[in-house]
Ligand binder design. Structure first.
Ligand code: SAM
Length: 286
């Protein structure tokens, strides 16, 4: 579903016919691959949850000095950048929304709420929200879907460790256009974080349609997409081959409505990088 993987062998070495742009790009890529934990994850697999985990944890690694530019210097710069802060802000917004919605649905449903995360990565956000809601005495059932076996295994281990197994569940599945994830539950809250940005218009609709089909009537979707950002886009694409689908408010709103959602509200987060989208599932025909 995401862009193609880049291997280190993509990075050209010595070629006298390379243009200046290609030389800069090749050297930049090599530098980031060798000296940046975040850069390495992105170059290996744009769209990986591993790079995001480092950004969420604000974890650039121990800076290693002794060379002209210290190792992990770029990670330190990136983790302190506005773009990284904006990514952490997005995560906080998802958790805040889920905590509020979780309490609202629990009140309507006799103390129970169900949450689904599509393309969840290791689902740290869902685990934290589940712990919070459990602390309020709410009975939570959460399901995290991701194609990556490592993400699913890590998430299961963390849930286990937090004594949440049975409450936070993981399923490995590659979501494909038109091939919906289904199980025996229907969900009150569905989130898609850090995935719409990678999908074409048609695939984005397919993902949100999947969310709609597996939701209860009255359910809420919380989603997001990056806003166009000239400089950010340049850096990400030039050195990382990190290509996203940047969208505006209307495009996100259209995708959500085309997927079946109503009462759609798209708003920009404080740092100005991420749109959040919320919508409701009404009974068919509603
Ligand atoms: C950028 S990460 C976001 C992870 C998490 N939602 C977050 O925001 O921290 C994108 C995730 O989508 C998953 N993914 C990408 N394509 C997928 C697909 N077709 N089906 C299921 N998961 C997919 C990747 O494995 C990865 O964990």
């Amino acid at each position: 579903m995401l862009g193609k993987k880049h291997t280190f062998s993509d990075i050209p070495h010595k070629n006298p016919f390379m243009s200046l742009k290609r030389i800069l790009k090749a050297h930049g890529k090599r530098y980031f691959y060798e000296n940046s934990r975040i850069g390495k994850e992105v170059i290996k697999n744009p769209g990986s949850w591993k790079a995001l985990d480092l950004v969420y944890g604000n974890d650039p690694g121990e800076i290693e000095t002794g060379t002209f530019i210290p190792r992990f210097w770029a990670d330190r710069m990136f983790c302190n950048s506005r773009a990284a802060k904006a990514t952490r802000l997005r995560l906080e917004e998802y958790k805040r929304r889920m905590k509020i919605l979780g309490q609202e649905y629990a009140e309507l449903n006799g103390g129970r709420v169900s949450i689904l995360s599509l393309a969840s990565g290791p689902g740290r956000d869902i685990i934290e929200v589940t712990r919070f809601l459990r602390g309020l005495g709410i009975d939570v059932y959460a399901m995290c879907i991701d194609k990556c076996p490592e993400a699913v295994a890590l998430g299961s281990r963390i849930a286990d460790h937090r004594e949440l197994s049975g409450m936070v569940n993981f399923t490995r599945k590659r979501l494909r256009r038109g091939d919906y994830y289904r199980d025996s539950s229907k969900y009150d809250i569905v989130i898609t974080q850090g995935i719409l940005d990678y999908l074409s218009y048609e695939r984005a609709i397919s993902l949100l349609e999947n969310a709609w089909h597996i939701s209860n009537d009255g359910a809420t979707i919380v989603t997001s997409n990056m806003k166009r950002h000239k400089w950010m886009r340049f850096w990400m694409e030039f050195f990382g081959e990190w290509r996203l689908k940047y969208r505006n408010r209307e495009e996100i709103s259209t995708i959500m409505k085309e997927s079946g959602y109503r009462d759609v509200n798209v708003y920009l987060l404080r740092e100005g990088y991420h749109w959040m989208g919320m919508g409701k599932k009404y009974p068919t025909g509603g």
